[in-house]
Design a protein around this ligand. Structure first.
Ligand SMILES: Cc1cc2nc3c(=O)[nH]c(=O)nc-3n(C[C@H](O)[C@H](O)[C@H](O)COP(=O)(O)OP(=O)(O)OC[C@H]3O[C@@H](n4cnc5c(N)ncnc54)[C@H](O)[C@@H]3O)c2cc1C
Length: 466
């Protein structure tokens, strides 16, 4: 094994996704020596963009859900005018209808019977008058917020489709984006609308617009820009390079073993500090000496859900005006459909074809994960026709991406295990863990970017104290 002694001043960043790149950017600005390592051949992690037949496509559209000031500043600095501000049009497919977001009262009345409206109101009032004082899981949490009846008809099946388990097996503090952000906001307005309609009050939703920022050439453009800045400051981004081992001495990481996946043998790199955004379970396995058996055993409580993305190129334009559609219907497996043509014209090579992406969530043992790519594409096309998104249009081609362990699942017992693992890792004096898989947090780009920036500062403070 080669040993790179010269690297002993470097801070190594494991993973070139949003979290790792935000850390590397912050350290570079502080004139630190930085090496970013990623096993992929391009930067961006789950937020990279891929190119297919000239289309620039994300893993499902990757827009910034919120823009906290430091993230906004970074976005502006890196992209300049290469970004678009999009007023997203989103709809929720429920009971065979595409409902507006925010919902409209006449649409709700068209999908609910009188009897159901009475049940929605009475079970909501019951939940408010007799609040559940000991909420133990996500099922109970949502039932107590929206009433049992609305939970049953709106949330129950969707949660099972997305997470593969019932709401009773999910922690009460789950902050799952697909259900909490959009669906919870949706139901808050839903309840408000019905209440005000009953009491003849007018109601204006505060979700009047859904403005989001998006790079002109896909989400990956932003991350390529950050990597470009880091390299322009004479720092390194090593792609196609896997982290094999993280060696430490009395909780001080002093050496990394890296392997170039195309060329090299394993190489030992001396290091001063580490920020890790690789999945937390992987990091634990790579530590040498190994963590105690008890810590390694806790990893089984940190479960992830997988994603399958079926991309279909449709002959025709203006297939539908929405940016994203959430499919709350258990007769089809697709969870979300993205129409990339509506995001940015710069990601399209022509104006007569439309790239759509169907998103599926699953475990390794579910039948959809075992299907061939061709079978998945056939299923995606059938489902789009079934819910009325495709009519006469033909599908000219497509491809499938399978992403393992994309969504951390907040099961009822994940938190105790995670806290114990975090306590163990906190003993490392020159290590910070960041990111979605890296910290086992159901965070989107905005949050992991912030986390990456602040962890870089925390690492510098702890290095000063050494
Ligand atoms: C289908 C889907 C849709 C999404 N939509 C949105 C959206 O619309 N908006 C939004 O803000 N967020 C969205 N997200 C979430 C977003 O992708 C993540 O929050 C973000 O990419 C997490 O960044 P990260 O740096 O923490 O991790 P990652 O992006 O996962 O990056 C981790 C990196 O570590 C590398 N790595 C792992 N193991 C090793 C190893 N042994 N050696 C070297 N490198 C390694 C990986 O190759 C990867 O590049 C979506 C996620 C998915 C899956």
């Amino acid at each position: 094994m080669n040993i790179k002694q010269s690297n002993s001043k470097h801070i190594y960043i494991l993973g070139a996704g949003p979290a790792g790149l935000a850390s590397a950017y912050t350290l570079t600005k502080q004139d630190e020596s930085v090496v970013v390592v990623d096993k992929d051949s391009q930067v961006g992690g789950l937020s990279k963009s891929i190119v297919y037949q000239g289309f620039i496509l994300d893993y499902g559209a990757h827009y910034l859900c919120t823009s906290p000031q430091p993230v906004l500043e970074l976005f502006n600095e890196i992209l300049g005018s290469n970004k678009v501000n999009i007023n997203t049009l989103i709809r929720v497919y429920w009971r065979k209808k595409f409902l507006s977001y925010p919902p409209k009262i006449h649409e709700l009345l068209s999908v609910l019977s009188w009897e159901e409206i009475i049940k929605v109101i009475s079970s909501y009032l019951q939940a408010k008058i007799y609040p559940n004082a000991s909420i133990e899981n996500y099922h109970e949490q949502l039932s107590s917020r929206f009433g049992k009846y609305l939970f049953e008809i709106f949330f129950k099946d969707y949660i099972e489709k997305v997470w593969g388990i019932s709401g009773k097996q999910i922690s009460a503090n789950a902050v799952a984006r697909v259900t909490t952000n959009l669906f919870e906001k949706y139901l808050n307005i839903f309840i408000q609308l019905i209440h005000n309609w009953f009491t003849s009050k007018s109601f204006t939703s505060n979700v009047s617009s859904n403005q989001v920022l998006y790079p002109k050439k896909g989400s990956g453009q932003f991350y390529k820009g950050i990597a470009h800045y880091i390299c322009s400051q004479n720092q390194q981004v090593l792609l196609d390079t896997e982290v094999v081992q993280v060696k430490h001495n009395s909780f001080l990481i002093n050496e990394l073993v890296l392997k170039n996946l195309h060329t090299g043998p394993e190489e030992a790199h001396k290091c001063r500090g580490v920020i890790s955004s690789i999945p937390i379970n992987l990091l634990l396995q790579k530590l040498s000496p190994s963590p105690p058996e008890r810590i390694l055993n806790l990893v089984k409580y940190l479960k992830f859900r997988n994603t399958i993305l079926a991309y279909l190129i449709i002959e025709g334009n203006q297939i539908f005006p929405e940016h994203s559609l959430y499919i709350n219907d258990k007769s089809v497996q697709v969870v979300r459909v993205t129409n990339f043509a509506n995001w940015s014209p710069d990601i399209l090579p022509n104006c007569y074809q439309t790239p759509l992406c169907c998103e599926y969530w699953c475990d390794f043992n579910e039948s959809i994960w075992q299907l061939s790519d061709q079978e998945i594409l056939v299923q995606a096309e059938q489902e789009l026709r079934e819910i009325g998104l495709l009519a006469q249009q033909t599908v000219s081609s497509g491809f499938v991406v399978r992403l393992a362990r994309t969504h951390p699942i907040y099961t009822v017992n994940y938190q105790t295990a995670l806290l114990e693992i975090q306590d163990y890792l906190k003993q490392f004096q020159n290590l910070q863990i960041v990111g979605r898989g890296g910290s086992f947090s159901y965070f989107d780009q905005d949050m992991v970017l912030l986390m990456g920036m602040s962890s870089a500062k925390d690492l510098l403070n702890s290095l000063k104290a050494l």
